[in-house]
Design a binder for this molecule. Structure first.
Ligand SMILES: [Zn+2]
Ligand SMILES: [Zn+2]
Ligand SMILES: [Zn+2]
Length: 143
């Protein structure tokens, strides 16, 4: 069941790369399959450990392509480690639990307007923002 789902997901990832004009070589397909099988956010190194036969450059380049295509997003944990996870389309942020490491997507960001004002006050030309929100998920909050 899970296997089947991750195959379908790997196809979607392959499509996302295809739309950007990238061919899927067989090592890259192996990366896509491993990405699709992840239960939660993961590091590039964790992915590499699962793919001993795939070169380091291929793993990193595939991750970058997936981020660029919007299929994956980067997640910065509170300890400073960079993880990856499957992405919602469009702009969003993450609610990251510092206790169990769970991540929820936060859709409907409305801080852009505020940032435009602050930037204008500094004669700064805004090109974007990246925000992670840390705290305790519902399961980890003390009763
Ligand atoms: Zn995300
Ligand atoms: Zn939690
Ligand atoms: Zn935002």
């Amino acid at each position: 069941m899970l296997r089947k789902r991750s195959y379908a997901l790997a196809d979607q990832l392959q499509e996302a790369l295809g739309e950007q004009g990238y061919r899927t070589t067989s090592p890259r397909r192996a990366v896509l399959q491993a990405v699709a099988g992840q239960e939660r956010h993961f590091t590039a190194e964790q992915l590499r450990e699962q793919l001993p036969k795939v070169g380091r450059a291929t793993v990193y380049r595939s991750l970058r392509l997936l981020v660029d295509s919007g299929a994956l997003c980067r997640v910065l944990l509170e300890d400073g480690t960079l993880h990856y996870q499957l992405s919602h389309h469009g702009h969003h942020h993450h609610l990251l639990c510092v206790e169990c490491g769970s991540s929820q997507d936060l859709l409907g960001c409305d801080i852009e307007e505020q940032l435009h004002e602050v930037s204008a006050a500094h004669s700064f030309q805004l090109s974007g923002h990246w925000l992670e929100v840390y705290g305790l998920c519902q399961d980890c909050q003390p009763q």
